[in-house]
Design a binder for this molecule. Structure first.
Ligand code: ARG
Length: 302
């Protein structure tokens, strides 16, 4: 794994070996194909000290089967170590007893340009997490924090690219929150409708590949939203159901490296062919709550 903290373009395999075809992609993604650049990120994470599966608010959760907290802790530590080894900064929020899903920091807020759009959870089981994350930002010097009037689950349903923010709805985040976020952050927000309960948050069905492209599983979206994605991202990396079913789309890309569930073999191969450097991790215990690498990671964009 190579990291370029100096933000120097790092060259990967030649374009011809990526596709096996002379027809190369067009658009901004094509320019980047030969030079996938890793940019150092600032992440907020929450150690799963109180992790458990005690209720079911998505189809992945089985309170009878439960989950092994110590194994989850070890897997989470390995994820954090992977970020640190890639040169990213990881800050921590104190876990709160009685909030077993608080490890899923992505849901805690949406932070763009140093402005914080707070979370307001759909399910009562997670409601206390919203104010807890907002408080962390207050204590850490953030002043532009909006307490939301509408239900939204932070980066679970908002994914930020260079020009637009993609926003999911259908299971958790309300469309009114998309408008609220656009107004607070001053970025265009594009609504996408999720239709498969297994992929209840946008970040379980799609992830940004740098600032101008995405990878996604088309089956998670309504026909209209699929058409929107095809129009916006003609060069997108498409994942199949097998990759989606191991939460392979719940990945974190720094522009070059993609931290991704190891089981997503097809998607990992496709990313490699496109010049990305997959960094496989095992978060199988956290998947029992419906979470993966991205769910555990809130990006702080200044
Ligand atoms: N059990 C949690 C829930 O259903 C998992 C959240 C996963 N987070 C995410 N960003 N997709 O809310």
């Amino acid at each position: 794994m190579t990291v370029s903290p100096a933000m120097e373009p790092t060259t990967s395999t030649s374009p011809s070996s990526q596709t096996g075809s002379p027809a190369v992609a067009t658009g901004p993604d094509a320019t980047a194909a030969r030079e996938r650049v890793a940019l150092p990120r600032r992440f907020l994470m929450c150690r799963p000290e109180h992790f458990a599966v005690t209720y079911a608010i998505n189809p992945w959760m089985d309170p009878v089967a439960g989950a092994d907290r110590d194994l989850a802790l070890a897997q989470w530590e390995a994820l954090r170590a992977a970020y640190l080894s890639l040169g990213h900064r990881v800050e921590l929020i104190e876990p709160i007893e009685g909030l077993p899903d608080m490890v899923f920091a992505a849901n805690g807020a949406l932070v763009v340009g140093g402005r914080v759009y707070g979370a307001r959870f759909h399910h009562p089981e997670r409601r206390a997490e919203g104010p807890a994350y907002a408080e962390w930002f207050r204590r850490n010097g953030f002043t532009e924090i909006l307490e939301p009037a509408h239900v939204n689950e932070g980066e679970g349903d908002f994914l930020t690219l260079e020009e637009v923010i993609l926003a999911g709805t259908g299971f958790r985040t309300e469309i009114a929150a998309h408008q609220e976020a656009q107004e607070h952050l001053g970025r265009p927000v594009v609504t996408l409708r999720l239709v498969d309960p297994r992929f209840y948050h946008l970040d379980t069905a799609l992830f940004p590949l740098g600032g101008h492209n995405v990878a996604y599983y088309p089956g998670a979206f309504s026909p209209g939203s699929r058409a929107v994605l095809e129009r916006l991202f003609p060069d997108a990396v498409l994942a199949d159901e097998a990759d989606a079913a191991v939460l392979g789309l719940n990945a974190v890309c720094d522009g070059r490296h993609v931290v991704i569930n190891a089981e997503a073999a097809g998607l990992i191969g496709a990313l490699r062919r496109r010049g990305y450097e997959p960094v496989p991790v095992d978060l199988s215990e956290l998947r029992k709550a419906g979470g993966g690498p991205k769910c555990c990671t809130l990006e702080i964009r200044m």
